[in-house]
Design a protein around this ligand. Sequence first.
Ligand code: BGC
Length: 746
Amino acid sequence: MRLNQLTLVAALAAAFPLSTIAADAPAAPAQKPWLDRSLSADKRAELAVKAMTREEKLRWVFGYFGTAFPPKTTKPIDGAIPFSAGFVPGNPRLGLPDLLETDAGIGVATQNTPKPRERTALPSGIATASTWDPQIAYAGGAMIGSEARLSGFNVMLAGGVNLMRDPRNGRNFEYAGEDPLLAGTMVGHAVKGIESNHVISTVKHFALNDQETGRNEHDVRIDKAASRMSDLLAMQLALEQSDAGSVMCSYNRVYGTYACENDYLLNEVLKKDWGFKGYVMSDWGATHSTVQAANNGLDRQSGQEFDKSPYFGGALEEAVKNGYVSEARLDDMATRIVRAMFAKGVVDNPVQQGGNIDFAKNGAVSRATAEEGIVLLKNDNKVLPLSKDVKTIAVIGGHADVGVLSGGGSSQVYPVGGNAVPGLEPKVWPGPVVYYPSSPLRNIQALAPNAKVVYDDGTDPARAARVAAQADVALVFATQWIGEANDATSLALPDNQDTLIDNVAGANPRTVVVLETGGPVAMPWVAKTPAVLEAWYPGTSGGEAIARVLFGAVNPSGHLPATFPASEQQLPRPKLDGDPKQPEQRFTVDYKEGAAVGYKWFDQKGLTPLFPFGHGLSYTTFSYSGLASQVKDGRLHVRFKVTNTGNVAGKDVPQVYVSPLAAKWEAPKRLAGWDKVALQPGESKEVDVVVEPRILGMFDEKSKTWRIAKGKYKLVLAEDGAGKNATSVTVDLPASTLDVRGRLRK
Ligand code: BGC
């Protein structure tokens, strides 16, 4: 809704100003002791807030959209970076800078304008999760955080970690899949990487915003303990591993109350139970009240233009004056914000616009992420890797002649070189549809210089089949564009692409399907195609990454962070709740499956998916030996040896699953840990996986503890969630209790 309004003022697009990088912040003068870097962030925040007038404190808790928002505003607030997400004026009197906010998780985004800033985009969040490599997630975060800093931003609204409860969720591409341990770890590392640039990041969208349909109104119900073991655990782990400066509360209601005024979520779970010391910012348009929101834990209203009222403006001032919100609570709100600014180095390392970005270097980070995140789903008869000597290659569909797809909405990053396929629908929010100009076709041709490579756009399946019949191998590129605020209407690929693939596969038995999708899709043609590659949205170097995997310059090592269902009928909700045509209607989404999300649901119901969680093939093979476990310093260690038994180098993702033999869990097994191991042919490595203790317990909401039941547990080491290459061992665990933060109680 919001950005098509923005196109009305597109003509106002300002040129991106260039200047030089800032020098260091000034040393602390005696009258500004909070600028003394030797003091703790807590102390500095305390001193700074003490020096503020009430009016000054109030300014920190009231955020603006960084872009004009007609009809409410026809030009952006002074000081905001053009076409940015957010702005909060700083306090020059106290030496505290503005907060300059940009989306989001794959890079520095631009709100819709014909003149966007051009930046490096990582592959989608789900692609990063598919790498199963926290170091890759960190490196990607560090790269996009550096671009944020060089673009003048000191807050990045990244850190999306909503669990994939439904493969049709329109924002799955921004998140990290269905498992709380994997998602929390990967997103936690990405956020840590961003913050290594002295840029505050968020963890979002807190909480349970797991579908876009009716996102502003729907009301989530879920057993509290189950949410602590699923969605909330992912957020908790991401926060622990990143120490994020901020959390963004979500649009939806939970237990009848909007997330941004929800005492249980904000005060009890986040601030009290988890000890979160940062600040809670609302999502843009997610604030609904003044007194209730402030008292129930919201620290800042964001993008106030999106809300019905400037709730944290004059109304909050009045509420404080009249005692409905205490002065102490206002102090707490301001303290949390400036504390994050001190803790993350935002005050001591001022940003300026116009820094020099090394696009070649950053493109390599994006490419490395794509190469590790692309998942080889199927490879019968070793159709892949392609030989360099192949004579004719038919490349079909997906605009593979010019680029690779990206996902839509507020997180949209615009590439250097511009949109490779301009003009596609939807052109307005959550569009435009953007293809990054990294051409798979050109990169394929570069890797097979002697081959004849022909392209067919795939719009006529019969013609494409004729082209495929003439070639040694046919590569069909299939796309699913998805964007924020819209869920996919089904798991089917749009635009007749299933027919296209079916026809091409019928004409050429050596057909390889390359998918560029936001999340899982159905594959009615899968039995006919010997090879399938899931490339997700592969970022600004995606075409190169895809080509390198196809030809074996890179051995694929991505594994699915989410189950690919055989059909919607297998899902907890075969039909999504709510009506996309009536977004303002309130309805309940009852997550009856509780903590049995994704593969846990499939296991519990005995369903066979199309491709299981954790699945991913390689051009080599691996074997496991010497599986053993040991409890050391209160932690369960799982040790084993991985060997590359094939004849090319590759990376394996050995996965440890745990199943209780006596205790009762929400599902037969949980992912307990993994590693990503690079091995030369014939090489072996010893691996030690340390199990996160919360994964072994059940949460008890009454006592707020995690209870690990005494008894036997089976540890399964496998190459995927379906038990490929599985070997197992049984361990006896004593009863133990962990506190709400997962620490062993003596
Ligand atoms: C999204 C957030 C985003 C914000 C600011 C909202 O529409 O839900 O994820 O950070 O806009 O652009």
